[in-house]
Design a protein around this ligand. Structure first.
Ligand SMILES: Cc1cc2nc3c(=O)[nH]c(=O)nc-3n(C[C@H](O)[C@H](O)[C@H](O)COP(=O)(O)O)c2cc1C
Length: 319
């Protein structure tokens, strides 16, 4: 991997800026049959809770125009099985692993984060305080700046790895929330989680998801995610992992220009397992075409007036 795609995120070195989103890549086994996970910039694992979690009743997935609703509801086998079986296998690919942590109390998040750090196999912890699919926990923990900040401080006290906070785009004051979690010690932001949403089967006049509501992901939400990254970049100096509806390299570059240091590819994995690596290739091709030497030059570029010569040449400050 040539130097141009290399990046660094809260001190974590990555061979390229493209990761896979939590919950959209299972724990990797199915995908490893299709792509080389070792060629990714990093892997974000599915939310893990202290104890096994059965998730929500079916149906849990519904396809919408240009998107998808899911109400998986944090289904996972619990921390012990994750640390014993999944994490060592995923870490074996040699790329940074961000372990996404969820829970039903602040103590649980802190406990899970501490054990993940102690495993020595993770590069970072990603706190899911924005899951729209659980009644207790999830979005509840980001219902106020104070709640979110308290959660981050609790985890920060026990975690000795970088802590990324994953937020919902449905917040009254996203900029204020980003600033609050940064002040509380977050090392980075993951933007964004799915948008709370629902669908009704009109023939039966009932909600289509067993949980009634779910979260919208995919291309339909991409512009919402770009705005969230744009606003976060304006409000804090900590690095951002941009995600939400990235389908191809152009969507990824857009996120980077809005302010993301790295991106994560999600729902498209269900359609095309090769998508994350195609995004890597696409970014590489774009940089060559534009004469951009390092991907870092593109981070936040749209805030700085764009390319100097009307989209044909070098980024400002690229020397
Ligand atoms: C089926 C499915 C399961 C998901 N599970 C999780 C999860 O366990 N934890 C989490 O933080 N986000 C979860 N997400 C949200 C994604 O990580 C991502 O933030 C969101 O889908 C936006 O990206 P995308 O449009 O590229 O999918 C899930 C999304 C989908 C579609």
């Amino acid at each position: 991997m040539e130097a141009g795609l290399r990046t660094e995120l809260a001190g974590i070195r990555m061979q390229n800026p493209v990761m896979v989103c939590s919950g959209t890549w299972g724990n990797g086994r199915e995908y490893a049959e299709w792509i080389d996970p070792g060629a990714l910039g990093g892997i974000i694992t599915k939310s893990v809770t202290l104890r096994p979690c059965p998730g929500n009743p079916p149906p849990r997935i519904w396809e919408t125009p240009s998107g998808m609703l899911n109400s998986i509801g944090l289904e996972n086998r619990g921390l012990a099985a994750f640390l014993e079986e999944d994490l060592p296998w995923i870490a074996g690919f040699g790329v940074p692993v961000f372990v996404n942590v969820a829970g039903f109390s602040e103590e649980e998040y802190a406990e899970v984060a501490a054990e993940v750090c102690a495993s020595g196999l993770a590069a970072a912890v990603e706190l899911n305080i924005s899951c729209p699919n659980v009644k207790k926990g999830g979005l509840h923990f980001s219902s106020s700046h104070e709640d979110a900040a308290r959660m981050v401080s609790r985890v920060r006290e026990r975690a000795d790895l970088p802590v990324f906070v994953k937020l919902s785009p449905r917040l009254n004051d996203l900029k204020g929330m980003c600033a609050a979690v940064a002040r509380a010690g977050a090392d980075g932001l993951s933007l964004v989680n799915t948008i709370p949403a629902m669908s009704i089967d009109v023939e039966r006049a009932v909600p289509r998801l067993g949980n009634v509501t779910g979260g919208l992901s995919g291309p339909a939400m991409h512009p919402v995610a770009v705005l969230a990254v744009w606003e976060a970049y304006q409000s804090v100096g900590i690095p951002i992992v941009g995600m939400g509806g990235i389908w191809g390299w152009e969507d990824a570059v857009e996120m980077i220009m809005a302010g993301a240091t790295a991106v994560a590819v999600g729902t498209v994995n269900f359609v095309d397992p090769g998508a994350p690596l195609a995004v890597v290739e696409g970014i590489r091709g774009f940089m060559t075409r534009k004469g951009v030497a390092r991907v870092g030059e593109l981070v936040g570029l749209a805030h700085r007036g764009g390319f100097r010569d009307e989209g044909k040449g070098r980024a400002p400050g690229s020397g």
